[in-house]
Design a protein around this ligand. Structure first.
Ligand SMILES: [Fe+2]
Length: 297
């Protein structure tokens, strides 16, 4: 079992890293960390970086996961190879570019690229958002899966994820006490499906709703509240049609609850995604009921 300690970063390919970074600062409110080797590094909390735009194909997504130490990284490599999963060790220059001590990369059964890494850099400077957005943490990702049952078995059997709830076939998975750090949504192809940042409160979600509308940013879901995690959310579109989410109030499943916690099965219906009645304009969230409903504002 490969213990995932934390979700560290996403690296997103884009043909225009400068334009993507401009969006991330002006709209998303992230802090620009550095431009280096054709990539732009940004962050949504006190860590060195949490989001990187890399010059390349927009379909090229990589997710970085921290493991405990070098011994855990070696063991993870051996475990993946024993399961006939190809593993590639990061070269020194690649480690330097990621600001980590060491990493290895592999693909999950759907083909999503992941990096397991050790000793990622923290920052001595506190996070300073580029606008008053209330963002305080890069928190979770939605990931596409071409076979949810197969990938759930991989995430819970090979990696240390645990199912918090399911919506239809889509599992919401935790690796620590936060209700989910990754959720797997059925799709015809792999890729990061959305990128979540936590904001401080409902006021930030609603401020963002009006701000984004004023800025002409397409809002694709919300404001609403997830009945699964209890989080109040807003989803909106970014560069290369990537979906970004602000949310607040996610449920924690405390260590003392672990033994008795049972995941709940929610049907694949609109009210399982939003208990307030908002309808998603996000392909992976749209249910049969949404097909006849008006699109989100
Ligand atoms: Fe989310």
């Amino acid at each position: 079992m490969i213990q995932l300690k934390d979700l560290r970063y996403v690296r997103l390919g884009t043909r225009d890293p400068a334009a993507a970074a401009e969006y991330a600062q002006r709209i998303l409110g992230l802090e620009l960390v550095r431009r280096e080797g054709g990539a732009v590094y940004l962050r949504g909390d006190d860590r060195d970086h949490t989001l990187v735009y890399v010059k390349g194909e927009p379909a090229d997504h990589t997710v970085g996961w921290e493991v405990t130490d070098t011994a855990a990284l070696e063991a993870a490599g051996a475990e993946l190879e024993s399961r006939k999963i190809a593993v590639r060790r990061g070269r020194r220059a690649e480690c330097d570019g990621r600001h980590v001590e060491d990493f290895l990369s592999f693909a999950d059964p759907s083909g999503n690229r992941h990096e397991l890494l050790v000793r990622p850099h923290h920052s001595g400077r506190r996070f300073f958002p580029s606008r008053d957005c209330g963002v305080w943490s890069f928190s979770h990702i939605g990931l596409r899966t071409t076979d949810a049952a197969r990938d759930e078995a991989f995430w819970t059997g090979v990696l240390s994820a645990r199912v918090s709830d399911r919506i239809g076939a889509a599992p919401l998975l935790r690796i620590d006490e936060v209700h989910h750090k990754v959720a797997l949504f059925p799709s015809a192809h792999a890729g990061v499906q959305h990128v979540n940042h936590q904001v401080q409160g409902v006021d930030d979600v609603m401020r963002a709703y009006y701000f984004l509308r004023e800025q002409g940013v397409r809002i694709v879901f919300g404001p609403g509240r997830h009945p699964t995690s209890g989080a109040v959310f807003l989803y909106f579109e970014g560069p290369d049609a990537m979906v970004y989410e602000y949310s607040t109030g996610v449920r924690l499943i405390k260590p003392e609850e672990e033994a008795s916690y049972r995941p709940r099965q929610f049907p694949f219906t609109p009210e399982s995604f939003c208990m307030w009645g908002s309808r998603p304009d996000i392909p992976e969230f749209r249910t049969r009921e949404d097909a006849s409903a008006p699109k989100a504002a």
